[in-house]
Design a protein around this ligand. Structure first.
Ligand code: NAD
Length: 291
């Protein structure tokens, strides 16, 4: 990562990544195309002028008979339906976008090695250390961009969090507040923990060494230098994160709100456009933004 403090306009960086409008459309296959994210991704592929050339679905899915255009909410039909076999789905693809399950993503990576695919965008979460290592093994063949959160704004926020922690030092209390919809099961969110990691890294430490226990009960005093987390669960909120650094006399506040779930698909597409032509290797969303 290059320094976020290099004077480049942050908003311009995001717009640049989002608006790097395709001179050459990519040929993209979408894994798990009938899923919540699969549909968002198919829609974004078409909306940004790329070619939707294939898709996969799990064996037995009733959606295996549906035309690919249906998942993108587009007309006319493309005359292709999802495949179970990733190699078949990607036989004319240059780019593979995968928001499925760790097992499905790993199986697809093996199959993709014999296809023309050069770029792989992975949004799937929940890889254990072994699966993560297996995934890394494919970076010899593909330019892989993997992120647990494909919002470009969150990528920028994470870089800013690290920079702020570095510059302000441990004397400023770092607190992270996140709000999500009522159905979310894990807390704090993966993104809140990612921000905590960034703050800890900015202080030259690891989050487990600095993370405050949840404030609750009569012995809940804040420890100096700790990173605190607060969680709200409310209605249909997609995802809000706020990080504050507070001294005795002032507060610095960094915040992000996801307004629509399409933000993740837009980020994945921006990553696909950025990664096109990059050498094989493992990349993060921060590389896409250059932060
Ligand atoms: P979902 O269950 O709606 O969709 C997953 C799809 O994958 C389903 O249609 C399912 O049938 C399909 N699938 C399962 N096994 C398959 C296989 N072997 N071959 C082909 N298709 C298969 O889930 P979702 O909400 O779309 O989330 C998918 C993943 O993306 C999760 O890991 C989630 O945490 C992650 N996610 C990441 C981000 C991000 O920004 N990185 C954002 C949202 C969701």
């Amino acid at each position: 990562m290059t320094g976020a403090g290099s004077g480049t306009n942050a908003y311009a960086l995001i717009r640049q990544a989002m608006d790097k409008m395709i001179d050459t459309p990519l040929s993209i296959a979408v894994a798990g195309i009938a899923g919540r994210m699969g549909r968002q991704l198919a829609t974004a592929v078409v909306a940004r002028g790329h070619r939707l050339v294939g898709g996969t679905e799990r064996s037995g899915s009733p959606e295996l008979v549906s035309d690919l255009a249906r998942f993108a909410g587009a007309e006319p039909p493309l005359g292709r339906t999802p495949d179970v076999d990733a190699a078949k789905a990607a036989h004319t693809a240059s780019t593979w976008i995968d928001f499925t399950t760790p097992a499905a993503t790993l199986a697809a990576m093996d199959a993709l090695r014999s296809t023309p695919v050069q770029t792989v965008i992975i949004g799937t979460t929940g890889f254990d250390a072994e699966a993560e290592a297996a995934l890394q093994g494919h970076a010899d063949r593909f330019a892989i961009v993997k992120a647990g959160n494909f919002s470009l704004g969150v990528a920028l926020l994470t870089a800013l969090a690290r920079l702020a922690a570095e510059r302000l030092g441990a004397g400023w209390d770092a607190e992270i507040l996140e709000t999500h919809h009522r159905f979310k099961v894990d807390a704090p969110s993966g993104t809140a923990l990612m921000l905590g990691d960034a703050v800890a890294a900015g202080r030259g430490a690891a989050l487990p060494d600095l993370q405050a226990a949840p404030y609750c009960g009569p012995e809940a005093k804040r420890e100096a230098g700790a990173i605190g987390f607060s969680v709200r669960r409310s209605g249909g909120v997609i995802g809000e994160h706020e990080l504050t650094f507070t001294s005795e006399t002032e507060t610095v506040r960094l915040a992000h709100s996801a307004i629509d779930r399409s933000v993740f698909a837009d980020g994945a597409l921006a990553a696909a456009e950025w990664a096109n032509g990059q050498p094989p290797g493992h990349y993060g969303i921060g590389d896409v933004l250059g932060v």
